[in-house]
Design a protein around this ligand. Structure first.
Ligand code: T46
Length: 180
């Protein structure tokens, strides 16, 4: 009885009508992303925005498709109450690869590869920043509504962090990433 009511309801009809016609998926043309990244071990990653005629936009990240590694971990940073002053990051990873998406609001990331320093803005939910190993990074200038979503290539391991800047420079020299 309950099933019949649901089956015949206009709500149910409208829920299925679009499916019968087939989804209308359009992906907007990629917008050129600025700025060009001068630092090593970082690049922009643009994922599709699917606008299908319903309200909202659907973006999708897939490992080994638009994310260049197997995703073992996802974490997110939010509820930034002291957003004007706060600095997070201030470290590099020995092996970890990550892609950072600001899925709400915006923040800035200062990247440093031992030689070059560059500050970028993360503000588009479908434009991620790939950060590879040996990149010193600092996240700051958070908007209070900022939600930073991170996909990572490995599980959390404190041993993979280089949290001291002098140790970071030593690491670069040891790995012959920069000359002494
Ligand atoms: C990074 C940037 C972009 C865990 O226990 N598990 C986890 O998966 C993570 C990410 C953190 N933690 C613990 C370790 C610390 O006790 O959470 C605490 C805060 O971590 P951290 O100070 O490293 O947080 P951020 O925001 O400075 O850095 C984070 C990631 O840790 C880091 O890998 O690259 O975001």
């Amino acid at each position: 009885m309950v099933n019949n009511i649901v089956k015949n309801s206009p709500m149910r009809a409208s829920m299925f009508a679009d499916t019968l016609l087939g989804p209308k998926i359009t992906c907007p043309k990629p917008v050129k992303i600025h700025p060009e990244l001068r630092v090593c071990h970082a690049r922009w990653i643009e994922i599709p925005e699917i606008v299908d005629g319903k309200d909202g936009i659907l973006s999708v990240a897939e490992e080994r498709k638009n994310i260049p590694f197997n995703i073992k971990r996802v974490y997110y940073i939010y509820n930034l109450l002291n957003h004007h002053d706060v600095q997070r990051g201030k470290h590099a990873h020995k092996t970890l690869e990550q892609v950072l998406f600001c899925i709400n609001g915006s923040c800035r990331i200062t990247l440093h590869d031992g030689l070059e320093t560059q500050e970028v803005v993360l503000s588009r939910p479908n434009v991620g920043l790939y950060i590879g190993p040996s990149m010193w990074h600092v996240m700051h200038s958070f908007e209070n509504n900022c939600i930073l979503l991170v996909m990572a290539s490995d599980y959390f391991n404190e041993e993979d962090y280089i949290r001291n800047y002098d140790d970071y420079l030593e690491h670069l020299q040891r790995e012959s990433i920069i000359d002494e």
